[in-house]
Design a protein around this ligand. Structure first.
Ligand code: GDD
Ligand code: MG
Length: 340
């Protein structure tokens, strides 16, 4: 079985962080989000991945190449101008066969993909959509079902008066290839707004897979910090960092930390960092690779991306700092997003 990753969106709600980096490459514990997604998919024995790209595709391709380093085979499709989610699926047609999976690339979940696929087969569905519950569906795609969980309606980004359920499209689909014959080629088309409602009208069997697994999208800075908090508090298991690292403090290779600096766990510090005297870091802080933190700074509940320099006496809390930023001495930032 193959999986198609929709990874061409611009990530505008994460601006300015996503000026210099496409959203699927946003770091989670110092590794691109997409790397964890590939790892997760591979865990179900799916090792052929089709990536549909548009915005800044080179960064993604340069990192993952043909996939061999990550134990998978990757095929790329690049759109010159955005084709929308439906257009991106149609565009990848020649690499897809039989039954396949589709993923949005800005989500993190531990939904059981084997159960999802089994469910799709049991229901004899042509399309199955994983659903998740959220407090407020207005920023998502609301999905209504009947008592047998057959889908009856879609309301993408519903207005307050349209909200009839807290179940939304989780951005994970199982498709039968024949569905692609029903998507028009060569034009921009949204799977959520146009293709799905069209399939419903045509009487196609579409089912909802409801589950209560962990699910989050990192579409906004707030959600991005929330995901890190869940991982660092041990509420969601995450690969790449051994869970039992010493006292919940993980320090990468070649990083110097002054003995007069205080580390309050949980903390992750990347490779090649220099942390000067009398700095306080933590709790819940991720310091990327190649970072210099000068003396007397205090950083907590924050995520600092690679290559940053944090000036003397700075105070950062609940803040995200994008790649290669310099924070001047004595800056005091809370609930901020800073990027060039
Ligand atoms: N290749 C390609 N081309 N990919 C695209 C394009 C495009 O033109 N437009 C969007 N994508 C990718 C994005 O990179 C993302 O991974 C995915 O398609 C969904 O796009 P978003 O921009 O993140 O959509 P959304 O968050 O507003 O809503 C979607 O996700 C929600 C769950 O997070 C919808 O699927 C909602 O129904 C759903 O609830
Ligand atoms: Mg999204």
């Amino acid at each position: 079985m193959k999986a198609l990753l929709l990874a061409g969106g611009k990530g505008t709600r994460l601006y300015p962080l996503t000026h210099s980096i496409p959203k699927p490459m946003v770091p989670i514990l110092n590794k691109p989000l997409l790397e964890r997604t590939i790892n997760y998919i591979k865990g179900y024995g799916i090792d052929e991945i089709v990536m549909s790209l548009c915005y800044q595709p080179e960064q993604i391709m340069n990192y993952f190449k043909d996939g061999s380093e990550f134990g998978v085979k990757i095929y790329y499709f690049i759109e010159e101008s955005p084709l929308g989610t439906g257009g991106a699926i149609k565009n990848a047609e020649k690499y897809l066969d039989d039954t396949f999976l589709i993923f949005n690339s800005d989500i993190i979940t531990d939904i059981n993909l084997q159960k999802l696929i089994n469910y799709h087969k049991e229901k004899n569905a042509k399309v199955t959509i994983a659903l998740t519950r959220v407090d407020n569906p207005s920023a998502y795609g609301l999905v209504e079902t009947d008592n047998d969980d057959r889908i009856t309606a879609f309301k993408e980004k519903p207005r307050p008066e349209e909200i009839t359920t807290d179940l939304i499209n989780a951005g994970i689909y199982v498709f039968e290839k024949e569905i692609l014959d029903l998507i028009p080629a060569g034009r921009e088309i949204s799977v959520e707004k146009e293709v799905y409602p069209g399939l419903l009208s045509a009487g196609i069997r579409m089912y909802a897979y409801k589950n209560s697994n962990y699910w989050i999208d990192i579409g906004t800075p707030h959600k991005y910090l929330e995901l890190h908090n869940s991982i660092m508090d041990g509420l969601f298991a995450y690969p790449f960092i051994e869970r039992n690292y010493k006292n919940n403090i993980f320090i990468g290779k070649n990083s110097y930390i002054s003995p007069t600096t205080k580390l309050i766990p949980p903390i992750v510090i990347g490779d090649n960092c220099y942390i000067a005297d009398e700095v306080i870091i933590g709790p819940r802080t991720v310091i990327g690779n190649n970072i210099e933190i000068r003396s007397g700074s205090y950083i907590r509940n924050s995520i600092i991306w690679e290559g940053c320099k944090i000036g003397r006496g700075s105070k950062l809390s609940n803040t995200i700092i994008g790649i290669n930023c310099t924070i001047e001495d004595n800056r005091d930032v809370s609930y901020g997003v800073i990027a060039d």
